[in-house]
Design a protein around this ligand. Structure first.
Ligand code: C2E
Ligand code: MG
Ligand code: MG
Length: 706
């Protein structure tokens, strides 16, 4: 008997150790599984509940059973098989019920109630197990110990489950996986549960007193009982292990899902390239790295030149395909320290750390080659082209935002400059960008405020010297800056879509004027590629002709080769529809773009306008003269008259006349002037007095709104 007044029996220390191990391991695995059950819903929760309850029951029952087998009362012992199985069923049923209640969310105390039920089932299991324990002696029970043991298991069970139901703080990745707080919680729950099981057993055993009838130390704990204990322990570890493996598997699947989600969040679905978020993250890291290790970092903003046309003319499928093909090219060209991301519709960005400028130049060349290589899709081919702007850290900017902004500015500069596809940031671009933004804002109001007007430049036949028509050229008189060149404001209007309303207004204005002209010569109106891509162009032309009463044969529409190149098939159809109206078509600025014979053969042009650059260089460059001759010969062979633009001197006129050019246009023959000036000079007279009023801007604004 010990100091507390209870009998101290002998125990097999190894089996007691095994029981303690089962209790600790089982409680630890159960703690993890229960926490997972609390954190999930639906079928997943049911699965975790099942695993948690099974592991808890095994931990409870096996601890008890192995400890019982390690108990050496010094008298022969046996186990009642039915009651032993009933004790196992109690552990199972109690654990299932307790965990179900704990997770039910019925009340805020549900976890504690569930835990108390598990604690109760530990007691019930233990004492049922004890009644299955048959010894040759008189058994008596110490009631206070019995009560204390039950109270302990119920209270610690309740505490364990209540603790398990609380959410630990999330870790930095938004998960709780291995966060220290999560681990501490598992440890606390496991300790409470183990205490519930262990206190019940050991206090319960103190309540159990035997008055042996025959003491024979050799009968107890035979080898068979030890083997049984080890078998039970083995099973307990296997089951707890299975629970743990499920938990770990689930953990790794979760980690993979989190990684997958992270990759998805940082990459562009269409192309598989990193997206804006991925780019921001990388830029941040690259800036930090460059700042720490020295060197420079180039940020390249890339904007495709013809993407909108491709989308408009060929549909979004084609646009997507172009982006995918370009992305594949980028992926195959980037090296270790290079990076390309898609950050918007047709916008890409590239990063490259470098020490020597040649390395950056090489990267830019590779990007350029990828962007300007023809893209084949189905039965058509397109060269997307792009404008690239480069800003360098730390030379041009020391923060992420300013670096991006400066690369953008350089990119806009490249967009505006047709001769360069790559521009490097320069500090003066800031000022230019501000001016451009304010000009674009002013242009929005220009039409409504009557600041736009049309000037007319004469086109003359060389053979007869007669006027054959006038080209309508748009003018913008800015209230503060005076006349602004169409070369400046037309691209602005194209960028923000204003060209649709402005272009419609020019067409209406020119046609309504031309209808009053005497002699009734032609009027040529320029079309922007943006207008051309607009579905309603043939309808707009028909509508304006009907409205103004201008005979279609007196209207000539000028478009450049690049306008039609993006989608030849659709262009042909649109041109055909316009042609069917009886309107003439002129190919403007010929010689500067693709200069393809095919374009001239397959499209129904009525005139070729030879670009002024050849005329201005004709006297000094043999090559220019050769091109003029070639274009004139081409026109002759196809039966299309050629008009030479930009005639400024008599020599130029003589040269073109000598080469057999059909028509000319240029300052020598007349600058673009307001209609009133043409009338005043007597070259043109108007039918009806009201004809000098400009066309109302309202209708044009409606087009923009539509
Ligand atoms: P473009 O259609 O090739 O027009 C001819 C340009 O050459 C005009 O410039 C004209 O003023 C200029 N020019 C004519 N003769 C000579 C000459 O002898 N020497 C020199 N150096 N230049 C001469 P402008 O008016 O500045 O227009 C520039 C471009 O803006 C036009 O080129 C055309 O592409 C565009 N544009 C003008 N008006 C409109 C319009 O209403 N709609 C659209 N979409 N574009 C327009
Ligand atoms: Mg023109
Ligand atoms: Mg031209």
């Amino acid at each position: 008997m010990n100091v507390l007044g209870c009998i101290v029996y002998k125990h097999n220390p190894w089996l007691v150790l095994v029981a303690v191990l089962i209790c600790g391991t089982g409680s630890w695995v159960t703690a993890r599984l229960v926490r997972r059950a609390f954190a999930t819903r639906g079928m997943q929760r049911a699965g975790w509940q099942f695993l948690a309850a099974t592991t808890a029951a095994v931990a409870i029952w096996c601890t008890h059973f192995v400890a019982m087998l390690g108990f050496e009362p010094g008298v022969p012992v046996s186990f009642d098989p039915v009651l032993t199985i009933v004790s196992l069923l109690i552990a199972l049923g109690g654990s299932f019920l307790g965990i179900f209640v704990a997770c039910s969310g019925m009340t805020r105390a549900a976890p504690a109630i569930g835990g108390a039920l598990v604690g109760l089932s530990i007691s019930l299991m233990h004492y049922t197990g004890m009644t299955a324990y048959r010894v040759e002696g008189i058994v008596t029970w110490n009631r206070p110990y019995l009560v204390v043991s039950i109270v302990f298991s119920v209270v610690f069970g309740a505490l364990a489950f209540d603790r398990a139901s609380r959410r630990p703080a999330l870790n930095s990745e938004g998960g709780e996986g291995n966060a220290p707080s999560a681990r501490a919680q598992v440890a606390a729950v496991a300790a409470l549960l183990a205490t519930a099981i262990a206190t019940l057993h050991f206090i319960g055993m103190s309540a159990f007193q035997i008055e042996p009838l025959a003491i024979d130390p050799h009968v107890a704990n035979s080898a068979a009982l030890e083997a049984l204990a080890l078998a039970v322990a083995g099973m307990a570890f296997i089951i707890a292990g299975a629970g743990l493996v499920s938990y770990l598997l689930d953990d790794s699947v979760r980690a993979e899902s989190v990684e997958h989600l992270r990759t998805m969040a940082l990459s562009d679905m269409l192309t598989g390239l990193p997206n804006r978020a991925g780019f921001n993250e990388r830029l941040d890291a690259e800036i930090t790295r460059t700042a720490a290790h020295g060197g420079k970092l180039a940020l390249v903003g890339i904007d495709l030149n013809r993407f909108k046309d491709i989308n408009d003319l060929r549909g979004h499928h084609a646009g997507d395909e172009v982006l995918r093909i370009l992305a594949l090219r980028f992926k195959s060209l980037v090296r270790d320290d290079e990076f390309v991301a898609r950050v918007g519709g047709d916008e890409f960005v590239a990063l490259r750390r470098f020490q020597r400028r040649e390395a950056l130049d090489d990267f830019l060349h590779r990007l350029e080659a990828a962007l300007f290589r023809p893209i084949r899709y189905d039965d058509w081919e397109v060269i997307s082209g792009a404008s690239m702007g480069v800003a360098i850290y730390p030379d041009d900017a020391t923060t992420q935002t300013v670096l991006i902004n400066n690369a953008d500015l350089a990119m806009y500069r490249a967009k505006a400059d047709l001769t360069r596809s790559v521009c490097f940031y320069e500090p003066k671009m800031d000022e230019m960008a501000r001016a451009r933004r304010s000009l674009a804002a002013d242009l929005r109001d220009a039409l409504a405020r009557g600041q736009l007007s049309v000037h007319y430049q004469v086109q003359t036949s060389i053979a007869s010297g007669e006027i054959c028509g006038y080209e309508a050229l748009l003018r913008w008189e800015h209230p503060r800056q005076g006349f602004i060149s169409p070369g400046v404001f037309i691209p602005l209007a194209e960028e923000n879509g204003l060209i649709l309303s402005i272009g419609a207004w020019v067409l209406r204005e020119a046609c309504s004027r031309a209808v009053t002209w005497q002699p009734p010569c032609k009027v040529a109106v320029n079309l922007s590629p943006v207008q051309f891509a607009h579905d309603d162009l043939p309808s707009l032309v028909a509508e304006v002709l009907a409205e103004t009463g201008l005979p279609p044969s007196r209207l000539e529409l000028e478009l450049t080769e690049s306008t039609i190149f993006a989608d030849r098939e659709r262009s042909l159809e649109t041109l055909q529809r316009i042609k069917e109206l009886g309107v003439n078509l002129a190919l403007d600025d010929f010689g500067t773009g693709y200069s393809s014979l095919d374009t001239l053969r397959s499209f129904p042009f009525d005139k070729i306008k030879l670009d002024q650059s050849f005329v201005s260089e004709a006297e000094s460059s043999r090559q220019a003269t050769a091109i003029i001759r070639a274009v004139l010969a081409l026109g002759k062979s196809l039966g299309i008259p050629v008009l030479a633009e930009g005639i400024e001197t008599q020599d130029q006129l003589d040269l073109l006349a000598g080469e057999g050019c059909d028509e000319v246009q240029g300052f020598l023959l007349g600058r673009p002037v307001p209609l009133a000036q043409l009338v005043a000079s007597g070259k043109l007279s108007l039918l009806g007095a009201a004809a000098t009023e400009p066309a109302p801007p309202v209708a044009a604004v409606e087009v923009a709104a539509g």
